[in-house]
Design a protein around this ligand. Structure first.
Ligand code: FAD
Length: 315
């Protein structure tokens, strides 16, 4: 795990953010983000906060606007690689209630952005709603899942989304029906600039036995190919013609390493932290793979993992 680079911490900015934050929200300066990622790598946020209400989030955004501070949203950190040089401005995580609420109603689940996708799958099963089984093994939140249009086993999140609730950078809240939101393979462009506050997901009534059986089958399939070591999930988006993992395998790069980062022997599209990996190690390994894919196969691999802190979020 990287100790990260200490960021300059301004006391008056901290005071401004603390004043803006709702009562129980602590603003933490110089906060090690590696701890909040599944890869356990990367640097520090200048400031970190977990607001406890939409009003609290909106007030923090207003304070950031006043000072021209950038805002980054962190979900469960399962596809999130903060640069070793750190992430400027304020990083917010919607991991406190009410953002983690999952409220059932008929064939719908109203989910906060901070709800874990695996908890949504479990609640759907409890309510005997089919269609969300594929969320059981994706280790992220609904907010991160919407941003990434997370998917597995032939399904993707926006297949089951009815409406999304957003906050824009000015703190204004609005809702949109899913069918009017542009989505792509592992992406929802609108969420490059807006914050997802939550979503209404819709399922289809089914029996508990059928839902349980599908979830068990998905889990079996996942764990037969996915490494258990610390990772950020798939590093690259699949390119046309060949899955990225197969390409990495064909290039003979399974087991290749840079410092503490290594291409998984089990799955070529996973880079694992075998201990002490820095974001720099991971980025060097990504660079090596991309270069080989381009020179040997003419394929320009795009990263799925979100590289946070630099200009290039989709290297
Ligand atoms: C072992 C493992 C297995 C995985 N398997 C899968 C899989 O099968 N399918 C799949 O699609 N992914 C998979 N992933 C990747 C990851 O779980 C998903 O991309 C997930 O959607 C990320 O959610 P998160 O909450 O962790 O978001 P983070 O990783 O914290 O953030 C990802 C991106 O979303 C943005 N973001 C987070 N919250 C919000 C919000 N509220 N509003 C706006 N933007 C936000 C962040 O700024 C960042 O750009 C896997 C990862 C791991 C480690």
């Amino acid at each position: 795990m990287s100790a990260g680079v200490a960021a300059p911490v301004s006391k008056d900015v901290k005071a401004l953010l603390e004043k803006a934050a709702d009562d129980a929200t602590v603003v933490k300066p110089d906060y090690l983000l590696a701890e909040m990622t599944t890869m356990r790598a990367g640097g520090r946020a200048d400031f970190f906060a977990e607001p406890k209400s939409e009003a609290g989030l909106s007030a923090l955004l207003a304070a950031c606007r006043e000072r021209g501070l950038p805002v980054t949203v962190l979900g469960r950190g399962s596809n999130f690689l903060p640069l070793d040089s750190g992430v400027r401005g304020l990083t917010v995580r919607l991991s406190k209630a009410p953002f983690t609420d999952i409220k059932p109603g008929g064939s719908r689940l109203k989910c906060g952005a901070g709800a874990k996708m695996k908890n949504v799958a479990a609640e759907a099963k409890r309510c005997r709603l089919a269609g969300m089984e594929f969320l059981e093994g994706i280790p992220g939140s609904i907010g991160g899942g919407l941003r990434m249009n997370a998917g597995a086993m032939g399904g993707e999140l926006f297949d089951v989304v009815e409406t999304v609730r957003f906050m824009d950078p000015a703190g204004k809240v609005f809702e949109m029906p899913a069918d009017s939101i542009e989505v792509a393979y592992r992406g929802c462009p609108l969420l490059n600039n807006q914050i997802a506050l939550g979503a209404v997901l819709k399922g289809e009534p089914d029996t508990a036995e059928a839902i349980t059986a599908r979830m068990a089958e998905f889990s079996k399939q996942r764990w037969s190919s996915q490494p258990k070591a610390r990772s950020a999930g798939c590093i690259f988006k699949n390119s046309e013609g060949i899955p990225a993992g197969k390409l990495v395998d064909e290039l003979g790069l399974k087991g290749a390493s840079e410092g503490g980062a290594m291409v998984s022997e089990e799955h070529g599209n996973f880079i694992v932290n075998r201990g002490g990996a820095t974001a720099g190690d991971i980025l060097r390994l990504i660079g090596r793979i991309r270069e080989r894919a381009l020179t040997e196969r003419g394929i320009e691999l795009k990263t799925e993992v979100q590289i946070i802190g630099g200009e290039d979020r989709d290297a």
